[in-house]
Design a protein around this ligand. Structure first.
Ligand code: AMP
Ligand code: MG
Length: 407
């Protein structure tokens, strides 16, 4: 048996490395950048107008006002998308729309509201003075050509996709997402929707795993309910080891007569790093690797499986996404927590704010078979081993379930 911290450091040393691939930027959300992204031009790319109005020389309209307008000769107009080949001289102006290049000779834009308007044909009255640079967005004022825009290992979201698009990147180099196999074992398992028979139970764990993988934005490559038979396990697992990067199983790794999962993993050449961890629930936890693939064998009790996934597998997903999506933080206990003398204890709990303090109520359902303890939970609680219960009012470590909010 190995301690929680020892087991953690072993898993962290065996994180898989993912290949890279070019993806369309529209598909790149929730992927991780595999290369720095540089600006391929200045932003703005050319001096342009930030308002709809008239391009002028500020010196021509000094002290212009509604009472004493200054008249300028209108020599034409320019819109966003037009090439910037217009010029104005002294006493002249040109219509200039938002995003249009600033005509040569102009150094300010007077907004249309401060003029006699776009309808005037030859002459425009200017009702307000201006200054050089007014309403002009200058070339390179935001970003210079060759600047690093986004660093390698950044998780891509709408902000990054927007910048990639602004600089014309149609595709981007990202890490591939891991190929994941999930499976449940047990001759007792019946699929939801089917009719239960004596002694049977519904398979819940594979549905939990599937939703968790989906939540994380990864795809499941293989999924199956496998009988408690070495042959069926061998068939599924050898295929999963060939096709997937991470394999996650529920059930069949304990001491039972029909718990074959660990034996078959090892028979297929998986290196066992540990099999039992001093934690509750979920002590029989298998972790192995083969050719850079990670294999987690979680026990079948639904709470052990669910918490095991969140405590062992989800942080691996975090590492692959280069983020710390959820961290252990401190909350105050609103009721007693059942600490264990030699095991790290996990339990679902409810976080809420009371008078500005983060409070936590542990679930009162303590059994690893009691999946309903997850129902109104929004966090996982963790307590290192120690003597006696942790009393109400004491601090405790909690991790918000990433898809939940603090109440
Ligand atoms: P095992 O880890 O295979 O010894 O299973 C431990 C307990 O979890 C047993 O009561 C199983 O019936 C139950 N169990 C195993 N797999 C599942 C599953 N996929 N869904 C719900 N319960 C399960
Ligand atoms: Mg079983």
């Amino acid at each position: 048996m190995i301690s929680f911290d020892q087991a953690k450091s072993i898993v962290n040393k065996n994180i898989i490395t993912l290949d890279t691939e070019l993806v369309d930027i529209i598909e790149s959300g929730n992927r991780v950048l595999a290369k720095d992204i540089k600006a391929t031009f200045d932003m703005p790319r050319f001096n342009n107008s930030s308002m709809d109005g008239f391009a002028v020389r500020a010196s021509d309209i000094k002290s212009a006002s509604k009472k004493s307008p200054i008249k300028l000769k209108l020599i034409g107009g320019i819109a966003a998308g037009d090439p910037g080949d217009l010029s104005i001289g002294q006493g002249e102006c040109a219509r200039c729309m938002t995003g249009a290049p600033i005509p040569h000779g102009a150094d300010a834009i007077v907004i249309v509201e401060d003029t006699s308007g776009f309808e005037d044909k030859n002459e425009v009255k200017i009702f307000a003075e201006s200054f050089s640079g007014k309403n002009i967005r200058y070339k390179g004022e935001e970003i210079s050509n060759d600047d690093i825009l986004i660093k390698k290992n950044q998780l891509i979201s709408a902000s990054e996709i927007g910048i990639l698009a602004s600089f014309g990147y149609g595709k981007v180099l990202t890490y591939c997402t891991p190929k994941i196999a999930v499976f449940a074992t047990g001759d007792e398992l019946i699929e939801p929707g089917d009719v239960l028979k004596d002694g049977k139970i519904y398979n819940s764990n594979l549905y939990i795993f599937s939703e968790l993988v989906k939540q994380r934005g990864f795809k499941i490559t293989m999924k199956e309910v496998v009988n408690d038979s070495p042959e069926s396990l061998r068939t599924f697992l050898s295929e999963a080891l060939n096709n997937c990067d991470i394999i996650i199983s529920s059930g069949g790794v304990s001491m039972g007569k029909y718990d074959y999962v660990r034996d078959i993993f090892m028979e297929l050449g998986v290196k066992e790093h540990f099999w039992k961890v001093t934690q509750k629930p979920g002590k029989p936890l298998f972790f192995g690797t083969k050719s850079g693939k990670m294999i987690f064998g979680l026990p079948g009790n639904p709470v052990s499986s669910f918490l095991g996934f969140m405590v062992w597998v989800w942080p691996v997903f975090d590492r692959l996404m280069r983020v710390q999506k959820s961290q252990w933080i401190t909350a105050k206990l609103e009721s007693t927590f059942p600490r264990e003398p030699i095991k790290t204890r996990f339990l679902f709990g409810k976080l809420f704010i009371k008078k500005g303090n983060l409070m936590c109520i542990p679930s009162s359902k303590l059994g690893s078979h009691m999946l309903s303890s997850a129902l109104d939970a929004n966090c996982i609680i963790k307590a290192d081993p120690g003597q006696g219960d942790i009393q109400k009012g004491k601090n405790i470590l909690v991790k918000l379930l990433p898809w939940k909010n603090i109440l």
